[in-house]
Design a protein around this ligand. Structure first.
Ligand SMILES: *Cc1c(COP(=O)(O)O)cnc(C)c1O
Length: 401
């Protein structure tokens, strides 16, 4: 497909609809076809010989070979994601966690040390503290700040794995400061920017090496698929590409179709998410039954200034403390009518979770509280409903706490 001469001047929505290609589409179909096949055949043996010879020389003359090595629907979604992120290349995985784990596996070293930022995604935390350590990989979990990261650097540190904004406290990392530290020590940087999305944050432009998203969230955007993606430069992603060709862990053609389709409204959805997030956060902050709100778009957030400097908007995840105990918090959640009770975020339906009884239920209480997961902590992930309806719903449930 022809690469457009000027994709870099295109906005998020244009890229999300057209990628970097102009006009020509597979089978002249306006939407991307679902190519539901496990393998791809050759016309004759001459073609096979030519294909293999080119492959041996590192040239790819045909993208389709075997399903684990890529699928046209997946490749179309990858090209679009790369265009949106401003990356040379994207690799899609079956889930966000699969993207996290595979990316770490591709670049970690047996005698290496990986720094993770705390307040990170629960499963990433467990992978770092339980699984990696089981295989003798040294890991550290530190505050999401450049100073704490620098302090944790050891002679064998080879990866800094960050997340921004974090979850549930939506801490915003000073990315340029972290990149400076990493470059000084020649350490590879990765960021899980799921909560930020390429609409609100541009980590590659700030010098981060690899960006990871759970595409299950804002990128897919409709609470109907699981996928993950890692983005970066062609050269940088070669190791990861090799690992995926070996292991698989790809999203199937149907998930990739849903993702590619969901992306068409990505720009529009993010405009709404940013606006709704701020409105609802302000409402919550003004309500007498709310003790404290964390939202990076509010002046009261500890990282408000960093967020303003590096993010286009603060998204639609809001965390707050209710005035009341765990019981009162559960009653409040039960009274909500529009918010569905489940973790996750970034889709069309608004979601609510009491983190202490859901994502972190199996942690010992003392440890849970030491990492800030207290009983009256509520996390909202706003969907695409009318904001005034969401506020009215929150108001009626709060008023009765
Ligand atoms: C959801 C999420 C993940 C995991 O993504 P899955 O698609 O559920 O595997 C990783 N990181 C962050 C920040 C997330 O929100």
């Amino acid at each position: 497909m022809p690469e457009s001469a000027k994709p870099h001047s295109w906005g998020t929505s244009t890229l999300a609809i057209h990628g970097r290609t102009r006009r020509r589409k597979a089978h002249h179909a306006v939407s991307t076809p679902i190519v539901q096949t496990s393998n791809f055949s050759f016309d004759n043996m001459t073609e096979v010989v030519e294909f293999m010879k080119a492959k041996g020389e590192g040239r790819i003359i045909r993208e389709q070979e075997y399903g684990r090595y890529g699928n046209p629907t997946q490749q179309e979604a990858e090209r679009k994601l790369a265009a949106i992120e401003g990356a040379e290349r994207a690799i899609i995985f079956s889930t966000g966690m699969s993207a996290v784990v595979m990316t770490l596996m591709a670049y970690m070293k047996p005698d290496g040390h990986i720094i993770f930022t705390s307040d990170c995604y629960r499963q990433t935390r467990d992978f770092a503290t339980k699984l990696l350590t089981k295989f003798g990989i040294e890991t550290s979990l530190v505050e999401p700040s450049a100073a704490a990261i620098e302090e944790a650097i050891r002679p064998n540190t080879n990866i800094i794995f960050t997340e921004s904004p974090t979850n549930p406290y939506l801490r915003v990392l000073d990315i340029p400061a972290v990149v400076k530290v990493a470059k000084r020590h020649k350490i590879l940087t990765m960021i899980d920017a799921t909560l930020a999305t390429p609409y609100n944050l541009r980590p590659l432009e700030m010098g981060v090496d690899l960006v990871i998203h759970s595409a299950t969230k804002y990128l897919g955007g409709h609470n109907d698929l699981l996928a993950g993606v890692t983005l970066g430069g062609h050269k940088q992603l070669e190791e990861l590409n090799k690992l995926q060709r070996m292991v698989g862990s790809m999203a199937g053609p149907f998930s990739c179709f849903l993702l590619e389709r969901g992306l068409k409204t990505f720009g529009l959805r993010m405009v709404h998410h940013n606006q709704a997030g701020l409105e609802v956060a302000r409402f919550l902050e003004s309500h007498p039954k709310v003790e404290r709100v964390w939202y990076p778009g509010l002046k009261s957030h500890p990282d408000y200034r960093i967020a303003r400097a590096q993010m286009r908007g603060a998204g639609s995840v809001i965390t707050f403390l209710l005035k009341g105990d765990g019981q009162a918090t559960r009653r409040f959640i039960d009274r909500l009518e529009l918010f569905l009770i489940t973790p996750s975020l970034g889709g069309s339906e608004s979601l609510v979770t009491q983190m202490a009884t859901m994502s972190f239920f199996d942690y010992p209480v003392e440890y849970r509280e030491s990492i800030g997961i207290v009983d009256n902590l509520v996390r909202l992930a706003l969907g695409l409903e009318d904001t005034r309806d969401l506020i009215a719903d929150l108001k009626q449930a709060l008023d009765r706490v």
